[in-house]
Ligand binder design. Sequence first.
Ligand code: ATP
Ligand code: MG
Length: 269
Amino acid sequence: MGRIIVDGVSKHYADRRGTPVRALDAVNLAIEEQEIACIVGPSGCGKSTLLNLIAGFDTPSTGEISVDGVQVRGAGPDRIVVFQSPSLFPWLTARENVILGPRKRGVPASRYEEDARTMLASVGLEHFASRYPYELSGGMRQRLQIARALVNHPRVLLMDEPFAALDFQNRLAMQELVMRLWSRIHPTIFFITHDVEEAIFLGDRVYVMTASPGRIKATITVPFAKPRSIEVVTSPGFVAIKDQVLRLIRGEFARSDRAAEQAGAERSG
Ligand SMILES: Nc1ncnc2c1ncn2[C@@H]1O[C@H](COP(=O)(O)OP(=O)(O)OP(=O)(O)O)[C@@H](O)[C@H]1O
Ligand SMILES: [Mg+2]
């Protein structure tokens, strides 16, 4: 459960002047069930665009996306998104935020209350169930957002730079938390990050995208068995993969800088 196929997907937008913006160009991906797929690439290369298409918030200009053989035609509870800044309901307590999804879907109260307790405990928030989001730290809010996503038992978890706003300590703790939760629940995870170490620590595969228009430039398979512990990041095998990924990304940064310079020259010339 949770196999994602992205088949020849392109996405074009029109900017304010109506000029077409090619955000994605013929992207092909086969993300296996229970895989953690990490996406890295220069800013503006179309990572969030791709995530939005898988979430069903928007439709591809060409190509097709399917989850477990069913074409994505809109958002659904089988694919849940975790954003960089938690989208929690400020007027609901932590517990109420978590039970909202299952309650709306008609899950019996006895079950969703039990599920919510388990989920809050597994993200270390069992003593904060009756707190409001504003009474929680940034890291706690992000953990709450993850609990709220996972209580729905999604087949696919879509994470868009979920830890980018956290400090280093909190980020490490969150990466280990994702690894722990994955080993209990086994969702397929599509994870966007700018942090190469985070991508390799979590990912079964790291997909490096090209500068705009985004294509998949390289797919790196990470050979370490999951669940992984954070010590793996200093192993020689890890460092070698990091070197390889950084090299690929640096190439793309240089390319996108050249493209920006050229566009600037065309505008002023
Ligand atoms: N709704 C939209 N309308 C018009 N253009 C858009 C829209 N969404 C994204 N774009 C454009 O598509 C391109 C890709 O944007 P996207 O947000 O997917 O990049 P990204 O890789 O997620 O960048 P970042 O790393 O900065 O988050 C950009 O040129 C962006 O300006
Ligand atoms: Mg983005």
